[in-house]
Design a protein around this ligand. Structure first.
Ligand SMILES: [Zn+2]
Length: 289
């Protein structure tokens, strides 16, 4: 929507046929993706009705973080807001505004442009937001995550709110988890051992470009080594203060493209929608099954 508004403002300097083309592209892109119900657009008199008709609330989590010289600081927020919009529309969920000021790990906090909230503050802040959403009457909340640094605080916050609620279910998922390494290698989009994953790498850069190609500057970054796999497969979580000579991103970013990004986010959206439908159909199972 921000893009539409920005384009609207630019119409003044265009010829009539050019304006017609822009309006047509706005209209057809709206047709392609129906708009979700947004919490912030709900009028005061509508709150009770909107809450009682919403089977699911979606809260997207982004970041403001250095993603290499080639990507916008809001990369995670851009990706997750767009995915959340489409997923919310497809599942008739109530969409809450993206949380953009979040916790960033130490290794990116040192780069200019990163704004980081302390993890304990982030956990309490997010728990407050979720607590308020449950008090409004939302029994089921999907926390749709776009940023690695949100996983710890996110799990802490949903644990706290689930503990103190009588009848709430909170699901936390990260969009890139729907693109496992093996799947990415099979797709053959990026020629690196981890399938294109990595901070500011070709997979993430492509996803940003899918939505905002105007904000990606591939000429600003050269290809750099992929993060090494220290375990040979099993997941692990390594947190370091800095990385010596690390440029703040990784991988073959020259292989990134908007076209690949569109395919990637389609797969992710389908995967998240399927997860939601399965979750809502199996309300009887306890958490973490
Ligand atoms: Zn990111």
């Amino acid at each position: 929507m921000a893009e539409v508004r920005r384009r609207d403002l630019c119409l003044a300097g265009l010829s009539l046929p050019a304006i017609a083309r822009v309006i047509h592209s706005i209209a057809s892109s709206k047709e392609d993706s129906p708009l979700p119900k947004r919490f912030e657009e709900t009028a005061g008199f509508q709150v009770t009705e909107v809450m009682s008709h919403s089977r699911l609330a979606i809260l997207p989590l982004g970041s403001l973080e250095f993603h290499g010289p080639h990507n916008p600081l809001g990369s995670d927020s851009i990706i997750i807001s767009e995915i959340a919009e489409r997923v919310a529309a497809r599942t008739s969920a109530l969409l809450f505004p993206t949380i953009r000021f979040t916790h960033c790990p130490a290794h990116t906090a040192h780069f200019r442009g990163t704004i980081s909230i302390r993890p304990e503050v982030m956990t309490m802040y997010l728990a407050d937001v979720l607590r308020n959403i449950t008090r409004l009457g939302a029994g089921k909340i999907l926390v749709l995550n776009g940023h690695d640094g949100n996983i710890g605080p996110g799990r802490g916050a949903i644990a706290e709110v689930a503990n103190e609620s009588k009848d709430a279910a909170l699901l936390l998922v990260s969009w890139w988890e729907f693109l496992p390494k093996e799947m990415m290698l099979q797709l053959g989009m990026f020629h690196q051992a981890n399938g294109g994953h990595g901070h500011g790498g070709p997979l993430e850069t492509s996803a940003v470009a899918a939505f905002r190609p105007d904000l990606v500057h591939l000429e600003q970054a050269k290809d750099v080594p992929t993060p090494p796999d220290l375990s040979g497969g099993p997941p692990y979580f390594l947190q370091k203060s800095t990385g010596a000579d690390w440029p703040g991103y990784s991988g073959k970013v020259s292989e990134a493209s908007a076209e690949k990004g569109k395919q990637i986010v389609h797969i992710t959206e389908d995967g998240i929608v399927k997860l939601i439908e399965n979750w809502l159909q199996h309300d009887e199972v306890p958490g973490s099954w």
